[in-house]
Design a protein around this ligand. Structure first.
Ligand code: KG4
Ligand code: ZN
Length: 313
């Protein structure tokens, strides 16, 4: 079965074709980062309008890459939510129209299920069951993944998501959008131990996260004054350390509590280098496997939607 996947939940138009026999046949992505950059964040109306302009050419490009005619597609999947309403409507409208016109099945896919299953698109697939750490711009969740469609929520954030904590802190530091990668680049030049920020809920025995207090602490630090670029890098490193330490400790705790021996990390923040290092170390110490999707699959893309859609269809 060949499924065309459409992802338009935020600021990326992602299209892909996944075949249940041959794997990924083609994919195309347009990022709106350059367009939103000047506003310091995503402008929803601009996002929707750009998706409208990009989506059809990207579908054509993906078909061309795959060497397929549109009639050879067996089903259409689109991101149903969560995301920006107007942006989602473009993908859902296009997907539903294509499915109707072709007389093929169409299905809306949960964006987080797309992220959750994206590691299974890698050449080496993690076997189930596993614990998943899902860390994106909008969500921070720990889940027990028993099989496709069978997920149990172990813990999530009470307020800001990990990616949001990166983005908001980056904005306070005067860094561009998206903030996570920019903050991480600056942090690479930071000196450890120059600042000490709180690790929210680290010592709480549960699997719940909270990142809004961290953002407030960063704001107070920034308002107290940052004399030079080196100090800014020091603070960036401490922010990255605070977020990734909490994520790594709680993820390792979830593995221990479930008795499972495998952790899979997904979502945009899983591209973070320090998080990867911390989790790799925890997995060595605690004796579990740690799987990361290839970086291109970490952030939003059409492949994860085509894949999740194909499995559901
Ligand atoms: O999964 P994603 O592309 O979109 C959502 O579904 O939200 O995740 C985007 C988030 C943003 O908050 C971005 O700053 C963060 O992932 N991110 C990173 C890195 N790359 C992306 N955060 C920290 N370090 C990175 N290298
Ligand atoms: Zn996402």
């Amino acid at each position: 079965m060949r499924v065309l996947g459409i992802e338009t939940s935020c600021d990326e138009t992602g299209i892909a074709i996944y075949c249940t026999e041959q794997g990924l046949l083609g994919q195309a992505l347009h990022s709106q980062v350059a367009m939103h950059e000047q506003y310091g964040g995503v402008v929803p109306e601009l996002a929707s309008r750009d998706h409208i302009q990009r989506i059809t050419p990207l579908v054509r490009e993906t078909l061309k890459q795959s060497g397929l005619a549109i009639q050879e597609i067996d089903g259409i999947a689109w991101t149903e939510g969560p995301g920006l309403a107007g942006a989602l409507l473009v993908g859902a409208g296009t997907g539903a129209a294509l499915a109707w016109a072709l007389g093929k099945p169409g299905i809306g896919v949960h964006h987080l299920e797309g992220h959750l299953l994206s590691p299974l698109l890698a050449p080496e697939r993690p076997p189930m069951p596993f614990v998943a750490l899902l860390v994106s711009g909008g969500h921070t969740q720990l889940l027990e993944v028993e099989s496709i469609g069978h997920y149990r929520l172990l813990g999530e954030t009470l307020d800001d998501a990990a990616g949001e904590a990166f983005d908001k802190s980056a904005k306070l530091l005067g860094l561009g959008y998206p903030g996570g990668p920019a903050l991480s680049r600056l942090a690479a030049q930071g000196r450890p131990g120059k600042f000490r920020l709180p690790r929210p809920m680290l010592n709480d025995p549960g699997l719940t996260f909270s990142f809004s207090g961290l953002k407030t602490a960063v704001r107070s630090r920034v308002m107290a004054g940052i004399p030079d670029e080196a100090t800014r890098a020091d603070l960036a490193l401490e922010i990255e350390s605070a977020i990734t330490e909490v994520l790594a400790v709680k993820a390792a705790r979830a593995v221990a509590q479930t008795g499972l021996r495998r952790l899979v990390v997904a979502g945009g923040v899983s591209a973070n280098r320090q998080l990867r290092e911390r989790l790799a170390e925890a997995s060595r110490k605690q004796g579990f496997e740690c799987w990361f999707p290839p970086p291109a699959l970490c952030t939003d893309n059409g492949a994860m939607i085509a894949f999740a859609g194909a499995l559901r269809l």
